[in-house]
Design a protein around this ligand. Sequence first.
Ligand SMILES: O=C(O)c1cc(C(=O)O)oc(=O)c1
Length: 313
Amino acid sequence: MSKPTTGDFTKTAGWLDWYTGPAKPRFQLPAGAVDAHCHVFGPGAEFPYAPERKYTPCDASKAELYALRDHLGFARNVVVQATCHGADNRAMVDACLSSGGKARGVATVRRSITDEQLQELHDAGVRGVRFNFVKRLVDFTPKDELLEIAGRIAKLGWHVVIYFEAVDLPELWDFFTALPTTVVVDHMGRPDVSKPIDGPEFELFLKFMREHSNVWSKVSCPERLSVTGPKALNGEQAAYRDVVPFARRVVEEFPDRVLWGTDWPHPNLKDHMPDDGLLVDFIPAIAPTPELQQKLLVDNPMRLYWPEEVKGA
Ligand SMILES: O=C(O)c1cc(C(=O)O)oc(=O)c1
């Protein structure tokens, strides 16, 4: 049955609803694991979608997100502001505030935000802002506005999350390398995994991380990047094989600067909606040892989002 979009909204045509009844993962997550990239959508009747949005999703509430967290075996979440909510962070903030300290957030803000409002976001658990350069998702924001925001949030100890397509990295390089904070790249900068792993495009991304020790990467979203599959459906235990070498390379070369997240409820998927339990089973293919899994799923996200709980951080 199709999932609802409440309020005065109509779901975008072709939109796939998130997967109901995910498998229990076979991979046992380490204690304290963090789902470091996920979203809430609305519900639209309570938290309206933004007028400037490029898509209208089905609702995906905080209660549904936290039920998934418990089902999969995660301890905590990082709730990233989704573009369908623009710079209205209320749904994400509400999710953080209702989590009993088990969720932190990444916001979208405009230059007009006041210092008091930034402090309120901080008090709610926000620890980063997201700058989005994926043209199908957002309108252009001038770089001077983004640099000004980055300078302000740096004082709060926050970081910047960047989302872009691999082909745009050369053009964005100077801007990214001028950012004064930790910089977290969403989904490995969206490599084209049908190109060679040692080709110029992915090499540039690795160089970006090698030459800039403040740059981290989420090794998430194989379901978006995969060309050949197989899809994480119907019990598939070897999903998205074409993405594995790319993600594994990043995890093995930069074990202290990688994060992983489900990306639930998976905005904008038109081909298939993955079973989130099987997505968790993808993790050992890219982080094959218990040491790498502990860093990817616990130590790194804790250092970035809950530093006050990490001894010596
Ligand atoms: O905020 C979003 O709308 C969004 C979209 C996508 C995507 O369409 O690739 O991925 C994300 O991680 C988040």
